[in-house]
Design a protein around this ligand. Structure first.
Ligand code: ES4
Ligand code: ZN
Length: 326
């Protein structure tokens, strides 16, 4: 079995995936036409050429511009179904999707429109491919605490349809501590918490995500390797890191895949998984992330298996009966 066949055949969970980041330029142009929304680019090709990022912020600016074509329930459905079909082809048996309600509600798209469309696609993926899914509402950390509370209020009638909350967008200057009270309220409502930390931000932000937000996983977390005490804690407590190798290279966290610290994290005994983050923008879906990372870091098949198993173990599906793949 070659590496690609091996990777695709492994049952795996995708735990770090922004559904808005699966908007391929082809669909972006189709929805722009359908919804009569202007785009800053002339063509699909010119759009891909513009995806030359220098850091997280330069990516986010384009990501929010692209998301402006999403207006109707059908748009969110089509976006999510296309992702889930692609993930199924990669051997993903379970996917936990982040969505950014504020990206849409700030453009007057109702919260329920976003959720209805995403959820309908998730139901179809279960019926068609037997995939299980979770929806994680992610707060934009560049916005205020007050905006976050307003979004939580919009979500209140739908809490039973959400499986957790996350924290994403521009990390530097927006530490987890900014959202300590918001996340305390989310936990009080019974929502599991995850947070992006240690992507561009320092190890201190990872400590804050754990201690102030009680984050159950760390999204990215790659800068943990700068702090030995943090590394020891992440290993001891088996706190999952949802690592996204293509993202880290495209956003210049590491210059090349060969310089990525994923193997260092794995060797230190951390629960590391491989995920695609924003695959339409970063050059590949989850299986390609596994394949290229394994090749660049000379990962053994046993190590690749362990990463896939980590992803299943770190998922929010807890009932053994509903985890046939473990
Ligand atoms: C994101 Cl790569 C990344 N980091 C932080 N926030 C995000 N939102 C979408 N992709
Ligand atoms: Zn992310």
């Amino acid at each position: 079995m070659n590496l690609e066949e091996f990777v695709i055949a492994l049952p795996k969970a995708e735990l770090h995936l922004h559904i808005e980041g699966t908007l391929e330029p082809e669909m972006m142009f189709e929805l722009a036409r359908r919804n009569a929304v202007p785009l800053p680019w002339d063509s699909v090709e010119a759009t891909r050429v513009a995806y030359d990022f220098s850091n997280l912020q330069s990516f986010l600016d384009l990501y929010y511009a692209g998301a402006a074509v999403l207006l109707h329930e059908q748009d969110f459905h089509d976006l999510a179904l296309a992702y889930l079909e692609r993930a199924h082809a990669d051997g993903v048996v379970h996917a936990e999707l982040f969505f950014d309600p504020q990206t849409h509600t700030l453009r007057s798209v109702p919260f329920s429109t976003v959720l209805d469309g995403l959820e309908r696609a998730c139901v179809e993926a279960q019926q068609r491919w037997g995939m299980s899914t979770r929806l994680i509402m992610s707060f934009l950390r560049h916005l205020s605490e007050e905006d976050g509370f307003a979004t939580l209020d919009e979500a209140r009638p739908h809490l039973h349809r959400l499986h957790g909350v996350g924290l994403d967008s521009s990390e530097l200057g927006h530490p987890p501590s900014k959202f300590e009270r918001l996340f305390a309220e989310c936990r009080r409502l019974g929502l599991p918490v995850v947070a992006h930390a240690g992507e561009e931000g320092p190890p201190e932000y990872i400590f804050e995500a754990l201690d102030l937000l009680q984050s159950q996983r760390i999204d990215h977390g790659v800068r943990a390797s700068e702090d030995p005490a943090l590394m020891a804690r992440l290993a001891r407590e088996q706190i999952p890191l949802t690592v996204c190798p293509f993202s880290n290279v495209r956003l210049r966290v590491f210059d090349t895949l060969a310089e990525h610290n994923l193997k260092t994290l794995l060797d230190a005994g951390l629960n590391v998984s491989i995920n695609s983050d924003d695959p339409a923008y970063f050059g590949g879906y989850v299986a390609q992330n596994y394949i290229d990372t394994a090749a660049a870091l000379s990962l053994s098949r046993a190590e690749i298996k362990r990463i896939a198993r980590n992803s299943l173990q770190a998922s929010f599906v807890s009932d053994a009966q509903r985890r046939p793949w473990l």
